[in-house]
Design a protein around this ligand. Structure first.
Ligand code: UD1
Length: 435
């Protein structure tokens, strides 16, 4: 298994290109299942989660073409997806186990074919990840759902029926799935208490370009008027706000200065305000966001995660790491996932002062310095928090289980190296040779 080695202490400075958003790209790929025509997605990041989703679609009968592209001044991928007829309506356990977002095939395949079988995802490191909201909404739209042998088996021989569906939680996944399913339903679907994340609006924009009738995306009430069929479209994936927030944190923790090219400030208002409150200079540039912590005297700030536009849970671990060497105490409260402080025990091994209270809160008290250590992460964003700690720790930090990072951070070492980090990947073979 690959590892990442970091020698801490370098101030980062320069520019980092922000890639296309993973969490936008995954449902966009599945939206292509709604039509027999070609859906082309540009500005796609090169990530293992995208490869996993592509593998699932290939297995369903989708034809995929891949092109190297150059969008907004940096290399990216363009993929074309074409599913004239699905050859399978089953998302097997082995695919869903690797990547929970595989459940995005549920809505599109059920709407187009009236049948789908998707392995239930089960829990993961950060929480239980139930799917009750997705399933109850589809049932309200007329689907018959059975759980058998670990699979969701959904049937709707006649068309799904448009309904007013109030969600009890503003679930991102359920909003995407039901929005996709409703595009081909009979009548109008109104999702109340819908998620408002920018990735939902991006999906709505692609669906509209494919001929769907959607309004209200970006607000908590989304209206979808069903149409007979959808057609092909070309769509550019939005920049990844979580990647942008993560590299903003890298600039701040090293007291450096980084311009985040293509980052969208309007999608990061809450995290950027936290950085300003910490004493960091944030400015909008013609190309993105400039994060300047070169003269900052960092002061700890309380953070509570929330649904968009609140502070994103996917930046909680990285911003907790920011507080490790800031002045004073910071209370970090996690409200979305029940088990999202798994990075804390690893950070403690590097000399951090953190106390976790129950499942929901952690108090971080700033320390003078951290020291490098061998650490191990349990999920994607927690891994980045360990990278951040490694960037300022004295000596060498080895981050194990790099496959977590490869799921969501495109060309991580290259991007950090280009702004001055002392970072390298140790491949398994090199590692064995070194032992
Ligand atoms: C998506 C993101 C993930 C992010 C999360 C919250 C993707 C691929 N993943 O995950 O990175 O952390 O949004 O911003 O985009 N819930 C239920 N029942 C359901 C569905 C959800 O109780 O049927 C609960 C979950 O347990 C959780 C909360 O709702 O507590 C939010 O989950 P949700 O917004 O659905 O997250 P995901 O779409 O899985």
């Amino acid at each position: 298994m690959d590892k990442i080695k970091i020698i801490g202490g370098n101030k980062l400075s320069g520019k980092i290109y922000i890639s296309g958003a993973k969490n936008a790209a995954l449902p966009l790929i599945c939206a292509s299942l709604l039509t027999k025509d070609t859906v082309t997605l540009t500005n796609m990041p090169e990530l293992s989660d995208i490869k996993s989703m592509n593998a699932l679609l290939l297995q369903l009968g989708t034809q995929i073409d891949e092109f190297d592209d150059f969008v907004d001044g940096h290399p990216s991928k363009t993929y074309s997806y074409r599913t004239p007829e699905a050859t399978s309506l089953i998302a097997p356990y082995d695919y869903v186990r690797k990547m929970r977002a595989s459940y995005y095939v549920l809505g599109p395949l059920l709407a187009r074919y009236g049948h789908v079988e998707v392995s239930l995802p089960g829990g993961c490191a950060i929480g239980a990840r139930p799917m009750d909201i997705h399933l109850s909404a589809l049932e309200q739209m007329g689907a018959k759902i059975e759980i058998k042998n670990g699979y969701i088996i959904a049937d709707c021989p006649n068309k799904l029926q448009g309904k007013r569906i109030p969600f009890n939680i503003a679930s991102v996944g359920a909003t995407c799935n039901i929005m996709m399913a409703a595009t081909l339903a009979q009548g109008t679907t109104i999702i109340e208490n819908a998620a408002k994340e920018p990735e939902i609006s991006d999906l709505a924009e692609l669906l509209i370009a494919m001929g769907a009738k959607i309004s209200g995306h970006g607000t908590s009430t989304i209206t979808i008027e069903g149409v007979e069929s959808l057609h092909g479209a070309v769509h550019k994936v939005i920049p990844d706000r979580i990647e942008a927030g993560s590299y903003a944190a890298a600039a701040v923790i090293t007291r450096g200065k980084i311009e985040l090219i293509n980052a969208q400030p309007q999608t990061l208002q809450n995290p950027l305000q936290i950085l300003k409150d910490m004493g960091v200079k944030i400015s909008e540039t013609p190309n993105g966001i400039l994060v300047d912590a070169t003269h900052a005297h960092l002061v700890g700030q309380d953070i509570m995660t929330d649904y968009y536009p609140g502070f994103p849970t996917d930046l909680q671990a990285q911003f907790l790491a920011l507080m490790l060497t800031a002045d004073g105490a910071a209370m970090i409260t996690e409200t979305i996932w029940e088990n999202r402080f798994m990075h804390v025990p690893e950070l403690l091994r590097m000399g951090a002062n953190i106390k976790v209270h129950g499942h929901a809160s952690a108090i971080v008290r700033g320390v003078e310095k951290l020291s490098g250590a061998q650490v191990m992460a349990t999920d994607l964003r927690a891994s980045f928090a360990l990278i951040l700690a490694g960037l300022i720790a004295e000596g060498e930090t080895i981050v194990n289980r790099v496959y977590h990072l490869d799921r969501g951070y495109e060309h991580l070492e290259e991007k950090l190296k280009a702004v001055g980090a002392d970072i390298e990947r140790i491949h398994e073979a090199d590692d064995i040779a070194a032992e």
